[in-house]
Design a protein around this ligand. Sequence first.
Ligand SMILES: [Zn+2]
Ligand SMILES: [Zn+2]
Length: 389
Amino acid sequence: MNSIKLTLVTTLILLAVSLLIYIFNLHNFILAKLYHIDRYYFKNFFYKNFVERLNFIYRWALPGLYLTLFVGLVLNFFKYTFNELENPRTLLISSSLLTNAASFIAAIIIDPGQLSNINNLNNDALIAKFPYNELIFFNHKSDIGKNYCRTCKLLKIPRSKHCSTCDKCFLLFDHHCIWLNNCVGYYNYKWFILFLISLCWCLIYGSHLCFTVLKNQLLMYRNGQIIGSQNFATKFNLNDHTLMQKCIAYFTIMTKTSLTNERTGIIFLLCSIFSVVVAWFTLEHIYYLYLGMTTNESSKWELLRYLISKECIYYKYYEDTENENKIEKLYLIKDFDGVFYKLSDENCAVDVTGAQLFKVTDMKKEIDNVYDHGFWNNVKERIITPSYL
Ligand SMILES: [Zn+2]
Ligand SMILES: [Zn+2]
């Protein structure tokens, strides 16, 4: 195995291992064990220097591995595949790659919207921009303490969340992205989505270009346009036409002919596989934009949908005592014993004697998502992000 293949295989294995560690949350388990050993046997000698550094290395491992793979594939593409293209669109290829690299770096270095410098003045502006909807984000009037983050002691602005990995609260929190080692939030969401879309494009376009080169090579081998290829075509049976035979013919071209075809084949396979995964993520995010929700909110809405399907959610109108004319909806959850609780607080039973209650049966018709302003406005909201902090 040559050094390039070894690097590729090592990078892919490390990527898979890091991903598995993250998925099964093994990283916290390993760190807790190391901390335990250090405390008992070495009296916290290593903790600051070693365990914290290990945590730091782990968090940067995935972005580092991604970058290694990206740079490796691009270099190999320009060294081998690019020269074989009949009509190379240099400007399109280089601008696609540069957009992807720039958006990746921007999504990493731009602050997602840390809620640490808020004063009372912009708190009001933020609540006006991101109001409580009393369905998934609640203004706990009777227990004000619940409106504050337990760790940062800051006001929990609706749609924001405390990230346990970054240990900070972020405005319009979407998710913590392990590929960026950064949260995705109010200020860097546009760079994140640009990164996803451009990566998707680079992978699909890359696999198309590689396939064109391989197809051309197969044709030349079949037609005997390369010295000695006539015998080669007969020997490896490159002339058959069923799908399986075509796949075998391409596989033979990738593995048994030239170094260029081998590298082009590797880039083609990796681009094709990753394009499916990245396209899935991209479409998921575009769908969330269409629905007017973040990744973090999607599970909250899903829970509400589940409760509605179980016929647990009711609402009653009530007059807001603070604003005399304002009539508000109070959402309630009914348990199996027929007791009503506030949706905002599952421990707070509500007396509904004499009240007119309405059961929510159709989420789409009866529940309004105040954060959804229509697809294009939702997109605009993510692109134009005035400073609140
Ligand atoms: Zn917090
Ligand atoms: Zn985070």
